[in-house]
Ligand binder design. Structure first.
Ligand code: FAD
Length: 389
């Protein structure tokens, strides 16, 4: 332990902060985690529907999510606690020729990163998703190693295992300031006092920008809100997470995605075409009618589904849709694991493992050049332009 009290302080006990604390403690560091909420995973983590896939097009997301899947899928065996892991795969059913061309074009790249993913003919998609609308179905992609996990169970599991390795958690105690001296981080300040450590990890999710400003740095993370919902439990009839990438006929939604969780509940959300920037988390009257129409059009048998609850949460967005993992040059000892966008839950364990390796050993676990591609000092506009090509 450092003279300062702790070896590392993690700001935020969310999708990223909880696994980061666990892996830092596993590296032998004395860790303190601070969060303004009253329990682990109560920020955006609990808004996630729990989809976990490595089938992306960005190499860093692929490498980090492969780590996450390895950690999630072996968690129960290794630690005994059930986090709701279902290896049901991800399925993108396709109805439009342009979508087929785009997804088929991605397959060689995805396979070159070792992903198990392929094009499936319509009859295979109908087997995977019983009752799916067959009209115009061209087939789709299926990646059998992806899956889903319960975000609340996962946050609690990482919290418990981190504590078992000596990490301390302080809830209802937001960080209000960063302590800096001569360009070095010395710790953090809260309403209750000061805590000292030579390393501070900003894992503050949608509030990452505010935490950055405490050190005088501008972190380009802007929250934009997305709604989700969940049904009453029903008999399991499909295993994959399903993503329909067509824009909605109502003109307001881009893709929508859903799955059936470990309790048989269908859990769903959509991506609005126009981002709803801000932190308002009240549900809207528009969400349910829009998504119900989309769900029933895709799987008509869902028309009798009983809805339990809807909610709204934030994606901590970056200008180019790529996450930020780095050391801060202007404040030695300050690290960033922020800007998780719509995939922070699935990225969390892979990010936590890599940040812990970087902090404790100076090197990430994934290839350094891949890790550098998600650095803080990149050209966000150029990356955005590249992604839109
Ligand atoms: C409807 C919906 C569905 C989603 N579905 C998925 C999905 O299927 N799969 C997926 O991977 N992702 C999904 N996401 C995205 C996912 O929820 C986020 O990307 C992820 O939770 C972000 O993780 P994080 O650790 O950065 O933030 P959080 O989990 O929000 O953790 C940040 C924590 O920092 C704390 N904090 C903030 N400021 C301070 C401070 N000053 N001091 C102390 N603590 C502070 C917060 O209280 C919070 O607990 C979904 C999001 C929404 C809204």
């Amino acid at each position: 332990m450092s003279r300062a009290g702790y070896d590392a302080i993690v700001i935020g006990a969310g999708s990223v902060g909880c696994p980061s604390a666990y892996f830092l403690a596993r590296e032998g560091l004395k860790v303190l985690v601070l969060d303004g909420e009253r329990a682990p995973g109560q920020g955006q983590n609990k808004a996630a529907i729990g989809g976990v896939r490595a089938t992306h097009s960005d190499p860093a997301k692929i490498a980090l999510c492969l780590e996450s899947i390895r950690i999630f899928s072996t968690w129960q065996e290794e630690h005994g606690s059930d986090i709701g892991w279902i290896e049901g795969g991800y399925c993108f059913p396709i109805y439009r020729s342009e979508d087929e061309t785009a997804l088929r074009a991605l397959l060689p790249l995805q396979k070159s990163y070792g992903l198990e993913i392929d094009w499936a003919p319509p009859e295979e998609i109908r087997r995977l998703v019983p009752g799916i609308n067959p009209e115009g179905l061209r087939g789709g992609t299926f990646s059998p190693r992806d899956g889903q996990v319960s975000p609340l169970k996962a946050a609690a599991a990482f919290w418990k295992e981190a504590r078992a390795r000596g990490a301390e958690f302080r809830f209802s105690e937001p960080v209000t300031g960063l302590l800096l001296r001569g360009g070095r981080i010395e710790g953090v300040e809260t309403m209750r006092g000061r805590y000292y450590a030579p390393v501070v990890l900003n894992a503050a999710g949608a509030e990452a920008r505010e935490v950055g400003s405490m050190a005088g740095i501008e972190i380009p993370v802007t929250p934009d809100s997305h709604e989700g919902g969940i049904s009453a439990p029903m008999e399991r009839f499909f295993d994959p997470l399903i993503v329909d990438i067509r824009p909605g006929p109502e003109g307001r939604t881009a893709n929508f995605y859903f799955g059936q969780n470990d309790r048989g509940q269908v859990i769903f959300c959509y991506t609005p075409i126009e981002p709803i920037v801000g932190t308002n988390r009240s549900e809207t009257s528009e969400f349910m009618p829009v998504i119900a129409r989309r769900l029933i059009e895709l799987i008509p048998r869902l028309r009798n589904m009983l809805i339990r609850r809807v909610w709204r949460g934030c994606y901590p967005m970056t200008p180019d849709g790529i996450i930020i993992l780095d050391r801060v040059r202007e404040a030695e000892g300050l690290y960033l694991a922020v800007g998780m966008c719509g995939q922070g839950f699935m990225l969390g364990p892979g990010v936590g493992l890599n940040m812990a390796r970087l902090i404790a050993g100076g090197e990430p676990a994934i290839a350094p050049e891949v890790f550098e591609s998600v650095g803080f000092y990149r050209d966000y506009d150029a990356r955005r332009a590249e992604a839109l090509k």
